[in-house]
Design a protein around this ligand. Structure first.
Ligand code: EPZ
Length: 429
């Protein structure tokens, strides 16, 4: 429940990157020893992956709220909890990790936010190129490396894909010989996965460029690794500060990862000052319209598109958003229309006429980032906004309500969500 109005003021500390954590946890499956992961975000996608690893025989020890030790010395190939795997997109990383560790894999077709078809043909192309046979049947993916195990190959991705790039990197790091991934994705979390694997003994070069070279090794040893800060969580709070007309110091960030977001916020009339590990976002004047095209990194991230959509609905003039990654990532605009937004959506394009403000009402979180967007809209709205289906938000934002309250937002939870099994009974505090 959100009572809109007060601009956000104060400081907020950003947690570890979800899209790095959900690849690094499956990667721990390949390590013959103990991995100590620090700066893990406390989100349900992380909880689910730790539960899946535990069911595969891994030892999981929580050291503190953001540090966990994973010991996969004794894991063995067996069926994983498919009902959990089906719920998250990142379960596909188990294919690469299981193939790398066991030479065989069985997972479900991945779940994840629904904004159009999200195929995994490039993942399968990569695994096949490494010598695995892959079968997709009845919602399951079976992969087998055969008696020779995986053998390095040159792989050209037909499409820039974060998941395929990371999944192939996982499978290739213990394949025999050299693998080259061309047309690779360059997101910060891809570099983070490569750095994690290298700190465990892998030999990966070029992560962060569109050509990644991997020399297979025979074993990965244990060690300690700290996850990078979450680029999208940081961008979400930067957008919320600009949308509410406040002043927020967003801490524990890598400003270089936020450059495209900072640039767009400046175009909209906000000021963004960059420090070593923080950015200060402030907006006093009117929000100005601009245009957004989402692209693979270092372009404007598609995951920031919904939060920028909220800002542009409140900006003076006409703005155009072109969604370059997904077919159908404007469902949240239906919810914003209920709050007073004026927007026309046609496939991958949204044309927005800025309005003076939103009015509060009941809205839903259609997916993870759409949920964050309607919360930001509620913060700016006149009156009360009730956001339902907040389990989507819990998948990717640690303590979203607590962090926003700490910035002066009038927001409270009126349901209790179990991190793994979704919302339980509703109660009002
Ligand atoms: C990752 O999804 C992120 N999820 C998404 O973040 C993010 O939107 C996306 O990358 C793009 O940055 C995780 O990391 C868990 P892709 P992923 O493979 O790997 C097509 C969030 O909000 N494609 O880069 O699934 C695909 O349909 C989530 O945190 C193929 O055609 O994205 C899409 O149009 C939402 N074949 C485009 O490529 C494939 O084999 C990019 O997808 C794979 C992808």
């Amino acid at each position: 429940m959100i009572q809109g109005g007060p601009p956000l003021h104060g400081e907020v500390a950003i947690s570890g990157a979800k899209n790095a954590a959900v690849a690094i946890i499956p990667a721990a499956l390949m390590v013959d020893g103990v991995c100590r992961l620090e700066n893990l975000p406390q989100i349900s996608d992380v909880e689910m992956l730790l539960t899946i690893l535990r069911e595969l025989g891994a030892g999981i020890r929580h050291i503190d709220k953001s540090t966990v030790e994973i010991d996969c010395t004794d894991v063995h190939f067996q069926d994983a909890p498919f009902e959990l795997m089906r719920k998250i997109r990142a379960s596909y990383y188990l294919i690469g990790a299981m193939l790398g560790r066991f030479g065989t894999a069985k997972t479900t077709m991945p779940g994840g936010c629904n904004f159009g078809v999200r195929p995994i043909d490039q993942h399968i192309k990569g695994m096949t190129a490494l010598g695995a046979s892959v079968l997709v049947e009845n919602g399951f993916i079976y992969a087998n490396a055969g008696e020779n195990g995986l053998v390095g190959a040159k792989i050209y991705l037909d499409k820039v894909s974060v998941g395929a790039t990371m999944n192939i990197m996982l499978a290739a790091c213990m394949a025999k010989g050299k693998t080259v991934i061309e047309n690779a994705a360059r997101e910060p979390h891809i570099v983070d996965l490569a750095n994690f694997l290298n700190s465990m003994g892998a030999d990966i070069r070029g992560a962060g460029t569109d050509s990644i070279r991997i020399n297979g090794v025979t074993r990965l040893h244990g060690g300690t690794y700290t996850i990078i800060p979450d680029q999208i969580e940081a961008g979400t709070f930067m957008c919320a500060a600009a949308a509410t007309g406040g002043e927020v110091l967003v801490k524990n960030v890598i400003p270089r990862h936020l450059e495209c977001i900072s640039a767009k916020l400046r175009e909209c009339g906000a000021t963004v000052e960059e420090y070593g590990d923080a950015v200060l976002v402030r907006r006093t004047g009117r929000l100005r319209s601009t245009n957004i095209k989402t692209q693979p990194y270092p372009g404007f991230p598609t995951d920031m598109q919904p939060m920028m959509g909220v800002l542009l609905c409140l900006a003076e003039g006409t703005s155009v958003i072109s969604e370059g990654i997904y077919d159908n990532r404007f469902k949240y605009m239906d919810e914003l229309r209920r709050m007073g937004a004026e927007v026309q959506v046609d496939g991958r394009t949204a044309i927005i006429e800025g309005v003076g403000g939103f009015h509060g009402t009941n809205v839903r979180a259609c997916d993870l980032r759409a949920g964050a967007a309607v919360v930001v809209a509620g913060l700016c709205a006149e009156g009360k906004t009730l956001v339902e289906d907040i389990h989507y938000i819990e998948r990717g934002y640690e303590d979203f309500v607590g962090k926003l309250s700490g910035l002066g937002a009038d927001i409270r939870r009126v349901t209790d969500c179990d991190p793994v099994h979704g919302c339980a009974a509703i109660f009002c505090d």
